[in-house]
Design a protein around this ligand. Structure first.
Ligand code: DGY
Length: 323
C-alpha cells in the first residue's frame, strides 16, 4: 500500500494488533481507553478514512450522516453490530464489517461457565470460602443442580449456539433442543439436536435455556415475565447474546418469586449498569461481558478487523462485510 489511510481506533486493542495497524495505516489509538463522545466520533467521521469502533460505541445516525464525511468503512471490533445504525450506514453508502468465527469457541465457553456457575452455585461458594464462612463438608451443604444428561434449549442456532451444543452434548451428555427458523435439524446430526416448533415449546421442555439470537426489533424483550413463566420452575436462563433480549426487571421478579430457579448472565440491558435488585440475588451468576475475552480471541478479532480494512483499501471485498 503506497498511500497510508487514516484510521481511528476508539478503544484500547491488543498490543500486537495496534502495532500491526500502525505499520499499515496512519493510526490514531486510544491510549487512555476512555469511550469517545458523540462529538469526537462525529469529528472522526470527518477526518479519518476508517472508523474502528467496538460493540459499546453507539454509532448513531447523527454520527453516520454528518456532512463532509471522509470515513468509507466502519470496521467493528465484535461479531454483534447492533451498536451501529445499519439503516443509516446503508443510506450513507458506508461499508460495515464485523468479526465472526474467531470468538465462537470462547463465547460458547463462557455460556458453559455461566451454566455451570449458576447451577453449581460457583460464585456463592467462592465468596463463602473467601469470607471464611465455610464450616466444613456436610451432606446438605450448598447443593446445586446436576447438569449432565439435562436438556439444553438454544434460542438462535448460529455458530456460538452450535459450539455450546457441541460442548454440552459431547462433554455433558445433554439433550439439545433449539429454536431457529433458519436452521434445520438435518444439518446438525452430530449433535442429535431437535428443532422446536415454537419458542414456547423450547421454554417448556428445557432445563437450561441459552440465548444466542442477535438483538433486533423482533428479539428485544423476547424474554419477559410472560415467557419466563413458560419455563420449568427448575429451569435456568443463560444469556451471552445481548442484554436487551431480556427484560431485566421481569427476570428479577421471576428469580425472586421462584418462577425459574436461576440465571447466568454475561450481558445486561444498560451495560455497564446492572440492575441493583439482580446484584442482591443469590441465584444468579454474573459476569461483565467476558464472552470473547481471552488474549487469543481478542487478538484474532483485531486481526480480523485489520484484514477487513486492508481488503477494502486494496479494492477487494472485505471477508466480513455485513453491508
Ligand atoms: C461481540 O463480539 O458481539 C461480543 O459481544 C463481544 O464479546
Amino acid at each position: 500500500m503506497t498511500q497510508k489511510f487514516k484510521v481511528l481506533v476508539t478503544r484500547k486493542w491488543p498490543k500486537k494488533v495496534e502495532e500491526e495497524l500502525q505499520l499499515n495505516f496512519e493510526t490514531t489509538l486510544n491510549e487512555s481507553d476512555t469511550p469517545l463522545s458523540e462529538n469526537e466520533l462525529i469529528d472522526a467521521m470527518q477526518n479519518y478514512d476508517a472508523l474502528l469502533p467496538t460493540v459499546t460505541d453507539k454509532i448513531s445516525d447523527t454520527i453516520l450522516s454528518v456532512a463532509n464525511k471522509k470515513v468509507k468503512i466502519v470496521g467493528n471490533f465484535g461479531v454483534g453490530f447492533n451498536n451501529i445504525d445499519i439503516d443509516s450506514a446503508k443510506k450513507n453508502n458506508l461499508v460495515v464489517t464485523n468479526t465472526p468465527e474467531v470468538l465462537t469457541d470462547c463465547t460458547a465457553d463462557i455460556a458453559m461457565l455461566l451454566m455451570l456457575g449458576v447451577a453449581r452455585r460457583g460464585s456463592e461458594g467462592e465468596f463463602h470460602v473467601r469470607k471464611k464462612e465455610w464450616s466444613g463438608w456436610r451432606p446438605t451443604h450448598m447443593m446445586g443442580t446436576k447438569i449432565t444428561g439435562k436438556t439444553l434449549g438454544l434460542i438462535g442456532m448460529g455458530r456460538i449456539a452450535q459450539a455450546m451444543a457441541h460442548k454440552a452434548h459431547h462433554g455433558f451428555k445433554m439433550k439439545i433442543l433449539f429454536y431457529d427458523p433458519y436452521v434445520k435439524s438435518e444439518n446438525l446430526s452430530n449433535l442429535s439436536a431437535t428443532s422446536c416448533e415454537s419458542i414456547d415449546e423450547l421454554l417448556s421442555k428445557s432445563d437450561f435455556v441459552s440465548l444466542h439470537c442477535p438483538s433486533t426489533k423482533e428479539t428485544q424483550g423476547l424474554i419477559n415475565y410472560e415467557t419466563l413463566k413458560k419455563m420449568k420452575e427448575s429451569g435456568y436462563l443463560i444469556n451471552t447474546a445481548r442484554g436487551d433480549i431480556v427484560v431485566e426487571s421481569d427476570l428479577v421478579k421471576a428469580l425472586k418469586d421462584n418462577t425459574i430457579k436461576g440465571a447466568g448472565l454475561d450481558v445486561y440491558q444498560k451495560e455497564p449498569e446492572v440492575n441493583e435488585e439482580l446484584l442482591k440475588l443469590k441465584n444468579v451468576f454474573l459476569l461483565p461481558h467476558l464472552g470473547s475475552a481471552t488474549e487469543e480471541t481478542r487478538e484474532a478479532m483485531g486481526m480480523r478487523v485489520l484484514s477487513n480494512i486492508q481488503a477494502f483499501f486494496n479494492g477487494d471485498e472485505p471477508n466480513d462485510r455485513v453491508i
